[in-house]
Ligand binder design. Structure first.
Ligand SMILES: Nc1ncnc2c1ncn2[C@@H]1O[C@H](COP(=O)(O)OP(=O)(O)O)[C@@H](O)[C@H]1O
Ligand SMILES: [Mg+2]
Length: 280
């Protein structure tokens, strides 16, 4: 994690962001999903965003990508205000900010070969064919797939391999920030660890920053430099990864900690007892 930049202005600066979803039907109520959310991410840094389901984690990720309606507050990327970036500015921004979703089964188009999946972002940015082919070869190597994987289709790969392909697609344009929204939550435990290690290796090689969204504190502890804890659309605790995930200050964070799976069954049982005591 030597690429982490602790000096100067943050790469991403989120200030007092509010998101209000309009009701989808006439007179149906609107929903205030984020309240005055602030966070900063530096170049090369991994910031975890944890919280129970429905707390607003995905909404924050989507707000950064221009996919959720920001009603107040600002999002600054590399010094530029992108809060209300138009379609054209967003297209340019997609070079710098990418996303990896939870479900590697639905996020890859099953009708496209891996090669065409990886070529798509390159073509959209006008990268010439020969350069794109070379880049695709590089990407396959970076995620640990054989070069002939390019000719195959998503259905021929396991969940973990598909998530590698989704990560390669996100890396294609050498972004500076990747929003990872529960990227390992659909995978079994040993596959989770390998994908987390891959993300760490990629960060060391490229200096990319991650907003790492997860409901699972043990995953977050493994990969994040800093952690923000979200409850009902508000950030209730932030700090360095080890402190927040081992000695949380907020009772809610402690409950998340008790609920997070740990591989050791005896410790798991002890955790469950503590958790039951906390919840009652
Ligand atoms: N498009 C939408 N319209 C209305 N409400 C939404 C929409 N998307 C999410 N929500 C609501 O916002 C809240 C936060 O959702 P989300 O950001 O998906 O939480 P998380 O990712 O932490 O599980 C939830 O109550 C959810 O029902
Ligand atoms: Mg979510």
């Amino acid at each position: 994690m030597s690429t982490r930049d602790n000096s100067g202005a943050p790469l991403l600066d989120v200030r007092d962001v509010n998101v209000v979803y309009r009701g989808s039907r006439w007179r149906s109520p609107s929903f205030h999903a984020l309240h005055d959310v602030s966070m900063q991410i530096r170049a090369g840094e991994t910031v975890g965003l944890v919280g129970e389901s429905g707390s607003g984690k995905t909404t924050l990720g989507r707000a950064l990508l221009g996919l959720a309606p920001i009603s107040a507050g600002t999002v600054t990327f590399d010094g530029a205000d992108i809060t209300r970036a138009n379609r054209r500015a967003r297209r340019a921004l997609s070079r710098d900010i990418q996303v990896v979703f939870q479900d590697p089964y639905s996020s890859l188009n099953p009708a496209m070969s891996v090669e065409s999946i990886l070529a798509e972002p390159l073509r959209a940015q006008g990268v010439p064919g020969a350069e794109a082919s070379a880049r695709i070869g590089q990407l396959l190597g970076q995620i640990g797939l054989e070069a002939d994987a390019g000719r195959r289709y998503p259905r021929e790969f396991s969940g973990g391999q598909r998530q590698r392909i989704a990560i390669a697609r996100a890396l294609a344009l050498k972004p500076r920030l990747i929003v990872c929204d529960e990227p390992v939550s659909a995978l079994d435990l040993s596959t989770q660890a390998r994908i987390l290690d891959l993300l760490i290796d990629i960060q060391e090689q490229t200096g990319v920053a991650y907003l790492f969204i997860s409901h699972d504190l043990s995953v977050v502890r493994y990969i994040c430099h800093r952690v923000a804890v979200m409850l009902k659309g508000r950030i209730v605790e932030t700090g360095d990864g080890d402190t927040v995930t081992s000695r949380p200050r907020h009772a809610y964070t402690n409950r998340l900690l008790m609920a997070s799976p740990i591989p050791d069954p005896a410790r798991q049982a002890e955790r469950r007892r503590q958790y039951a005591a906390l919840s009652s």
